[in-house]
Design a protein around this ligand. Structure first.
Ligand SMILES: Cc1cc2nc3c(=O)[nH]c(=O)nc-3n(C[C@H](O)[C@H](O)[C@H](O)COP(=O)(O)O)c2cc1C
Length: 223
C-alpha cells in the first residue's frame, strides 16, 4: 500500500539538491516517508522483472555500530537513523523466482500463456549464454544500484538525505548480518537528515565528455 504523501520538492530539484551526506542528525525518518522511499525504490526496472535486489533495513544502534565496524568506521553508518544493506541475490534466475515473477504478472493482469512460456524458455538461455555480463554478480549489481538510485532521489524529494557507500568489507558484512552465500552486498545506503552545512557540489563532467554522437568517441552536440 502506498501512503498518499506530497513530496516536498519536485524531481528536478531533488536530483539537483541531492548530495552524499557525511554526517547525520539523530532525527528519525517518519515511518510513512521511509515507507515511500522503500516502496518507490523498488519500482526501478529490472531485466525480465526478476527484481534481484534485497535490502536489510538497519535501525537499531547496536546493529549500526556493528555495521560501522565493517565499514571502515565511517561515521555516517553509526549516525544515520536508517542504513540499508543493499544486496543482490544471484539466485534471481532460479525457476522459483521466474515462476514468482510470472505469478506476479498474472495477478497484475499482464501475463499471457505465451509470455510465460517465453520467460520459462528464454530466461535460462539468457543466463546460460549471458552475452552482456561477465558474472552473475555484475548482473545483480546493475539492478540493485538502479533501485538505490531511485531511493536516493525519492528520499531527497521528501527532504531526506542519503549517502551511498562502497567503503565496507563485504565478508564482514555478510557474516555479521547472516547474508547467504548466493547474495552479494552491493552498497550501503545511509538515510536521514544531514548534519552539516549544505555539502559543496563537486561538479560533473561536461556533456561532450560523456555523451557521444551515434558511435563511441564521436563529438556530441544537441542541435
Ligand atoms: C557506488 C558509490 C559508492 C560510494 N562510496 C562512498 C563511501 O564509501 N563513503 C562516502 O563517504 N561516500 C561514498 N560515495 C559518495 C561519493 O563520494 C559521492 O557521491 C561523490 O563524491 C559525488 O558527490 P555527490 O553525491 O554529493 O554529488 C559513494 C558513491 C557511490 C555512487
Amino acid at each position: 500500500m502506498f501512503v498518499e504523501m506530497q513530496p516536498y520538492v519536485g524531481l528536478v530539484e531533488a536530483i539537483k539538491q541531492r548530495r552524499a551526506a557525511r554526517s547525520f542528525k539523530s532525527d528519525v525518518i517518519p515511518p510513512a516517508i521511509l515507507q515511500e522511499i522503500l516502496e518507490l525504490g523498488i519500482q526501478a526496472p529490472s531485466g525480465f522483472n526478476l527484481q534481484p535486489w534485497r535490502f536489510i533495513v538497519v535501525k537499531e544502534q547496536k546493529n549500526k555500530d556493528k555495521l560501522q565496524e565493517c565499514a571502515f568506521n565511517q561515521r555516517q553508518v553509526g549516525e544515520a537513523p536508517v542504513v540499508l544493506i543493499c544486496c543482490g541475490d544471484r539466485r534471481a534466475d532460479n525457476v522459483d523466482n521466474i515462476d514468482a515473477v510470472i505469478h506476479l504478472g498474472e495477478e497484475n493482469g499482464m501475463m499471457t500463456d505465451n509470455f510465460a512460456n517465453y520467460m520459462r524458455s528464454s530466461i535460462p538461455e539468457f543466463f546460460t549464454n549471458h552475452p552482456n555480463f561477465a558474472s552473475m554478480e555484475t548482473w545483480t549489481n546493475r539492478h540493485t544500484m538502479l533501485a538505490v538510485a531511485y531511493m536516493m532521489i525519492v528520499a531527497k524529494s521528501f527532504g531526506v538525505d542519503s549517502c551511498p557507500m562502497e567503503g565496507f568489507v563485504s565478508n564482514q558484512v555478510k557474516e555479521a548480518f547472516q547474508i547467504p552465500k548466493e547474495v552479494d552486498v552491493c552498497c550501503l545506503l545511509a538515510l536521514g537528515y544531514a548534519d552539516e552545512p549544505a555539502k559543496q557540489y563537486g561538479g560533473r563532467f561536461p556533456l561532450d565528455q560523456v555523451y557521444f554522437n551515434e558511435s563511441y568517441g564521436e563529438p556530441f552536440g544537441l542541435s
